[in-house]
Design a binder for this molecule. Sequence first.
Ligand SMILES: C[S@@+](CC[C@H](N)C(=O)[O-])C[C@H]1O[C@@H](n2cnc3c(N)ncnc32)[C@H](O)[C@@H]1O
Length: 457
Amino acid sequence: MEIPVSKNKEYVVDIMDNGFEGEGIAKIDNFTIFIPNTIKGERVRIMIVKVLSSHAFGKLIEILKASPVRETEDCQTYKRCGGCQLRHIKYEETLKIKQNAVQSLVNKTLKQKIEVEETLGMENPYHYRNKAQYPLGINKEGKPVMGVFANRTHEIIPIQNCLIQNKQAEEVAKFIFDFIVKNKVSIYDEKKQKGLMRHIVTKIGIKTEEIMCILVINGNEIPQEKELINQVIMHFPNVKTIVKNINKQNTNVILGKENIPIYGDGFIKDKLGEFVFKISPLSFYQVNPIQAQRLYQIGVDAAQITKQDIVFDLYCGIGTISLFMAPFAKSVYGIELVEEAVYAARENALINKIDNAQFIAGDVEKILDDLINKQKIIPDIVMVDPPRKGLDRRSIDNILRISPKRLVYISCNPATLVRDLSALEGLYEIKRLKPVDMFPFTSHVECVAVLELKNCQ
Ligand SMILES: C[S@@+](CC[C@H](N)C(=O)[O-])C[C@H]1O[C@@H](n2cnc3c(N)ncnc32)[C@H](O)[C@@H]1O
């Protein structure tokens, strides 16, 4: 096929759809062009910035006919920061875009005709994140800077007022950065791999308002550490712990393995529903707890657990969903790779007086196999919440073989979710598939799918 567009040339196109990342899709002589920041129904002037053999990428130059769902952008750094992708679209419409994106994957992949439910949105989709990770660096003028990485680069854009981050935690991070600059503490230079301060990470319990600060350093000691701690806790009494995280590797991974509490005990607590959870530096905790609670509730209600049921919670993190399920179940087994998270899960069970949940550290692929094939513990209900890569083949085969009556699949990646559902749909009826907007104004979509064994009474 002859490619009908050339790099750096301008074209006028009609946007016919929105893709998975929220980008607009247009065609020129049947050749597909992806254009960020454009909306279905718009007529726009674009410049082609990249041409590949099967498609091209364009840059928006001028909107000739705007969509009625276009929103005035409310963030100064939106165009450059990679945090949000959908701030130019009215919130209600972003929920439809997410629902449609999941529906189109389902239509392409699954044999069962599934109608994806409406996306469950937030009443107030602002400042919802409880965790922030700010890189520190030196800008082109040689000045220290803290902020967010510009989209697909390692250039740091200074933070203004992020509309999805928690305001208090942002203030704490800015305060620590100011202290570092004032006291001339050295800042890590990624190119030279020299300097001390790499990242400031904050976690906040939205219900308890307890804050954890993690100072990621390329070294062992922070100069004026005591003074820094005193200043922080004097200005922000709800900072409950400050942790030094040692990361001397030349890597994109933000946190190193070693965490040293320099103030407090290295944990904060938060409340989800009736339960209190201990949160540590390395363990996973949903970044939007308001939506997480609603997501868990949908999953737990759909699981229809009874006091006769043995329930497995695969990829259980610090045991959040396990504890939500335990009061209804005979027993719950949580499996999780990160040991620190498993310790936290056990402690969370104790704090919340749950005595029918146990947690096992290890890879789901191996531990699940072990539990059902060696220890002969067969679950009636399985809950899974894997990372983006989805389930491994051995675990899917094991689930199919023991065929629990119900399976609830929580996923942060609809592509792998639908892939796994297609492996399960022979034996299972997909009763519900509901997106939950865990990450408003970003292109990320969280889903909960409810599966029931076919012909199960
Ligand atoms: C999406 S999180 C879900 C955590 C928990 N269900 C929650 O809602 O807080 C996925 C979890 O899987 C864990 N994980 C990743 N790969 C794993 C594996 N192969 N085996 C067991 N756990 C794994 C991660 O450490 C993380 O805690």
